[in-house]
Design a protein around this ligand. Sequence first.
Ligand code: GMT
Length: 375
Amino acid sequence: MRIGISCYPTVGGSGAVATELGKALARRGHQVHFIVSDVPFRLGEFHHNIFIHDVQTTTYPVLRTPPHDFALAARMADVALQYQLDILHVHYALPFAVCALLAKQILGPERALPVVTTLHGTDITVLAQDRGLHAIIKLGIEQSDAVTAVSRSLAAQTRELFQTDKPIRCIYNFVDTEVFRPQRDPTTRACFASPEEKLLLHVSNFRAIKRISDVIRIFDLVSRQVPSRLLLVGEGPDLPAARELARQLGLYDRVRFLGKQDEVAAIFALADLFLLPSEKESFGLVALESMASGVPVIGSTAGGIPEVVVHGETGYLADVGDVAQMAAYAVRLLTDDHLYARMAAAARQRAETHFRIDQKVEEYLDVYEQVLATT
Ligand code: GMT
């Protein structure tokens, strides 16, 4: 198949999922065309089946903002025609599903371009709540030939929010369990914690919905009972407030801010526990990457997290904001070696059994084939 993929290439889980999917499809012999504003950050090595088509946006003084979305739609149509794309798979509803719809219209009825839209999270849970954007996101979803969502929770929320009976198939995110695996390097770990200390980890884009202050408060409570340190990976708007809170709580020398990192697999493998107390989380790719690394997760019950992390089996979950309960769970886990070993093994096992990349590629191919058979 010749497959076009559009996504946010430089940040976040949706770009990571789209890129890993594209790479996996290319390895299976499909031709993959990324139509993107930049080279996807997880692309890695060269592959002869992968093409990058960047979107150039003109600027002109009359225009208040560069017309990126129109340029993207035109580029989608152009690539579809030039490379005879069979399907266009867009990740994140806004602007991609709407741009894909415009691309279809540019091509006209004689050159069908089936569009598959994958919903990832805040395209629905945040942006679609904005009355100014609701109708355009709904249009993008309803006009797609097939829609998938990364969790059952997100699919249900989408149906409810838009009052739509558009079929939305849940295809869970996936992880490469060869890359994310228990592979602790004691020399690197010694740079962050002594062997007697536990290492807690959080990775995100530091937006308000990630509740970074909860991460630090959980760590504060845990570190009073268990010698430990906290690693924070990523950057975003709440980073300065996180630094300030760590300073106020007298934790600054026990918290390391590593900034934005591209190669996170080695960092996950250093940790003993991963913290994800989000307000909203459609799936929580980082929770899955942690589990694949053999690191149990302490998190909230928001959105799709309970579909990834099984409470009491691969980690523990509590209500959003219940910092005391999350800290108590963390202490329980970090002070009981048998319980910890059982959960770490179960976490790895669950990632391998339910979220393998090859299973999910099959599911996406199945969606493509169904769409091609009906359009
Ligand atoms: O929706 C976002 O906040 C951005 C998006 C991203 O690009 O990182 O994250 C979402 O998609 C990920 C990949 O499917 C999911 O693992 C994240 O849970 C989801 N984020 C939220 O729902 C907050």
